[in-house]
Design a protein around this ligand. Sequence first.
Ligand code: AMP
Length: 219
Amino acid sequence: MKKELIFLGPPACGKGTQTSKLSEYLNFPHIDTGSLLRAEIKNGTENGKIAKGFIDKGELVPVELVAKIIEDRLSQNDCKNGYILDGYPRSVEQADKLTVMNKNIDGSEKAEFRAIYFEIDTNILVERIVNRRSCPKCGEIYNLAFKAPKKDGICDKCGTELTQRKDDTREVAQSRFDTYNNETAPLIEYYKNKGVLKSIDANGSIDEVWERLLKAVND
Ligand code: AMP
């Protein structure tokens, strides 16, 4: 049966690292809204121009703009057996929209829907954000505090110079946490009430969290 997996958790909770690993493991596409929006900005599209103003302030991009991008992506053939959605939905309004999208796309086909919540001690997360670096070419994520590249500023995987996201500053990070608490955190109750929420302890090493994630997915 098709598996529809969505992921909840505060900024920098480790979702990106774990969901990319999971995408390879399950052979489902990893659909990361933040990266899709950053690609729109890089390509200079109209959507990108609109999105940039919101991303730079740590606010949510308008609901219709993101919905269009996600629906187009979920309708593609590689999502037929399942998908990993990272960063969507981020509000109750988006969650309602996702239910409708899934119905439209799946038709009479049955699918298993699961929301996986990364539960974590939020005190450590701002430090994690300001130390985060990523590879603009292959997307590998590093952290200067606990997963530094072997050679300073250079991607271990492809040798490209690492960059820091523009919204990974202390100031914008604070605003992203406020947005998360106000708009996204209510989804935990929302999915709990629907009986599809799985929580995992996201404190600990990448390997420890990976083991817990596999259990939650295979359970
Ligand atoms: P992320 O890479 O997931 O941390 O997302 C970076 C930024 O992209 C967020 O702070 C928002 O401005 C925007 N964004 C990502 N996903 C969404 C979404 N589902 N709805 C609205 N804005 C989003």
